[in-house]
Design a binder for this molecule. Structure first.
Ligand SMILES: O=C(CO)[C@@H](O)[C@@H](O)COP(=O)(O)O
Length: 246
């Protein structure tokens, strides 16, 4: 029989007003960012997901599995710990979290600087993944955003840590914020959920452009020192000093 005190005492972080405020902010951001996947044509039906780490807590927010993007609200997002377990009694916890929750959780546990994770089935990126072929860095936009090629990750079946392990093993120490999991599709990471969504948008743009270029003729590689210079400028000069990525 649970004592009344134990039944009503929330986990320590859920009694901290700063953490509660951070949770609400991440819920709103993650709910809104799923609309960006639709806006940029990265998903069909419900075939993609966004999550965001809660700053200052071992928690993250992710969408419910198989729910239309039209129906996603901050309250319908699901709050999980870094093992991927849903926090009971929190808004949205009555639903099942995304199929990829274990993968997102594995990334958050093993890549502490990552604040957001995105998975899509965007067409051109999945086509490269179906061939198990990395996207070569032959356009300056890729050098800017990814600092080189977009790598291929191992074939992994959904449902355990294998996808998350493949993402971490491929992206740890790699400039790219996107990985094409073989035969499946792109997973991207970022300093926050918005940054991971941007990486997913730019990954699909690169996949499409390089695919079309290669159909028309041989690709011209960019010299590595030029890739390095472009990446450094884009990461440290482009945009505004207040940008989150700086
Ligand atoms: O790729 C898969 C399933 O194989 C999932 O990522 C995709 O369908 C999205 O699933 P969720 O709606 O996030 O559970």
């Amino acid at each position: 029989m649970t004592s009344p005190a134990a039944a009503t005492t929330p986990p320590p972080h859920l009694s901290d007003p700063d953490i509660l405020s951070a949770i609400e902010t991440v819920r709103a951001d993650v709910a809104r960012l799923h609309g960006e996947l639709v806006r940029y044509g990265l998903v069909v039906w419900t075939g993609g997901n966004v999550s965001g780490r809660v700053p200052g807590a071992d928690l993250f927010v992710i969408k419910p599995s198989g729910v239309s993007y039209d129906d996603l609200t901050p309250e319908s997002m699901i709050l999980c710990d870094l093992d991927g377990s849903v926090l009971p009694g929190t808004p949205g916890s009555e639903r099942t979290p995304s199929s990829d929750t274990a993968a997102h959780a594995y990334v958050y546990r093993n890549m502490p600087d990552v604040g957001g994770v995105v998975h899509t089935h965007s067409t051109y990126a999945v086509a490269w993944a179906a061939r198990g072929e990395e996207i070569p860095c032959v356009i300056t936009g890729m050098a800017d955003e990814f600092g080189g090629p977009i790598p291929i990750g191992p074939f992994a079946i959904i449902g355990d840590d294998s996808i998350g392990r493949g993402i971490v093993e491929t992206l740890s120490g790699h400039r790219s914020r996107a990985v094409l999991m073989q035969n499946h599709g792109p997973f991207t990471i970022g300093v926050d959920a918005a940054d991971a969504v941007k990486a997913a948008v730019m990954c699909e743009d690169a996949a499409r452009t390089v695919h079309i270029a290669r159909e028309a003729g041989p690709l011209i590689p960019i010299p590595q020192d030029r890739v390095d210079a472009l990446f450094s400028r884009y990461q440290n000069v482009y945009g505004q000093a207040s940008d989150e990525r700086r």
